[in-house]
Structures are given as structure tokens and as C-alpha cells.
Design a protein around this ligand. Structure first.
Ligand SMILES: [Fe+2]
Length: 205
């Protein structure tokens, strides 16, 4: 499994999950400057198989149709709830617990509402987790935008993110932290939104 992190727009991250062996690729969150991801795919002789949207916000989904126009065979993946808010036809609606294969690479989808109602995280080969705007390095996503909910974000972080293996590398949707990615085990200790005792503490951050 290979993972390419691409900084686009002001501070967004777009990702390419790919395998050097079978040459299949998935783009995660083609928001801005899709040519960066497409050039990477072309230069590495990859075939785009999936386009995955972590959540519907335009900075993560704006370029979906331009990528789809260039790669009409690629399947567009989002959760059912957030997929309905994207101006494109979703080919595969994923729910929490769903698994897909990208060649030899295993993709596990977790439903992580809080920033949006249908936000998802993607675990790649049990090594990396692409967290969209659910979890940043040192912070979590906003809950004051439409569909956001502070209580639900707390439950997502406590019940879903905190129970994942420490060895996963967190790849966030924005470059908001002191580093572009980090081990989840380190985030559990140092991220103020994970390192809380109860909802009352969380709500005061
Ligand atoms: Fe967002």
C-alpha cells in the first residue's frame, strides 16, 4: 500500500491510495487543484479505480465531476447521507463497517458523524486512517456548520476513533497541525479533543 498526501488549495489535503504492484489508485477528496492528483496518476502509470469523498463539503468534493469526466470508469464512493448532498451520481454508497478492495489493498469504512451527518473515515490496509474533517492533528473538525453536532462528534471520537489501534497513521483533511500526519497513539495522548475526561470538558475546548 502506498499513500500520497497532496496539499491543495489553502490548506486542504487530497490523497491518492495506490499499489505499485497492480497499479490501481483511489483519489480521496478531490476538492481543489485536481490536476496535481491527476498528474501523479499519469506520471506513475496508475489506473483510477475509485473516487472517495470523506464528506460533502465543497473543499473536499468540488472537483469530483472534472475527475469523473476524465476517468468515467472510476467509481464514486461516499456515505448515503453525504452522497445525497454532492452534485454527482454516487456509484457506491458506503455505510459503517463496509469493506472494499482496491486490488490487493483493503479499505475499511467507518461512519464518523459530527462534522457532517455522513462523514466517513477510511482505514487503509490497517496501517493508515484518512480522517477527512473528523480528526485533525491536534484538533477535531468544526461542529458549528450545517449537519455538525458537538454531542455526536464527542461520541464519534470517544467510541470510534479512540478504540482504533494506536499504530494507525492519521492522515487528516486539512493541514492544521504542527505536522501533516501522526500516529493515532500519539494523537490519543496529545490531541486536546481526544484527551478529555467527559463531554463537559470536550464542550469547553
Ligand atoms: Fe468539512
Amino acid at each position: 500500500m502506498e499513500l500520497k498526501q497532496i496539499r491543495v488549495g489553502a490548506d486542504n489535503f487530497c490523497y491518492i491510495i495506490y499499489s505499485k504492484k497492480d497499479k490501481l489508485a483511489a483519489i480521496v477528496d478531490p476538492g481543489y487543484e485536481p490536476e496535481q492528483a491527476i498528474n501523479f496518476i499519469i506520471n506513475n502509470d496508475l489506473t483510477l479505480y475509485y473516487i472517495i469523498i470523506t464528506h460533502y463539503h465543497s473543499d473536499h468534493s468540488y472537483a469530483v465531476n472534472s475527475v469523473k469526466n476524465q476517468y468515467p470508469e472510476a467509481k464514486l464512493i461516499a456515505s448515503k447521507i453525504d452522497g445525497e448532498k454532492i452534485d454527482a451520481n454516487i456509484d457506491i454508497s458506503v455505510n459503517g463497517g463496509d469493506k472494499l478492495k482496491l486490488g490487493e489493498i483493503n479499505l475499511d469504512f467507518i461512519l464518523t458523524p459530527g462534522h457532517t451527518q455522513g462523514g466517513i473515515c477510511i482505514i487503509v490496509d490497517n496501517k493508515a486512517i484518512i480522517t477527512g474533517d473528523t480528526l485533525f492533528i491536534g484538533d477535531c473538525g468544526r461542529t458549528d456548520l450545517p449537519g455538525g453536532d458537538l454531542h455526536i462528534m464527542y461520541e464519534t471520537l470517544k467510541n470510534k476513533i479512540m478504540s482504533l489501534p494506536d499504530s494507525l497513521i492519521v492522515y487528516p483533511g486539512h493541514d492544521y497541525g504542527g505536522k501533516p500526519y501522526d500516529m493515532l497513539g500519539n494523537q490519543k495522548k496529545t490531541n486536546k479533543t481526544l484527551n478529555v475526561k467527559n463531554f463537559d470538558d470536550f464542550s469547553k475546548i
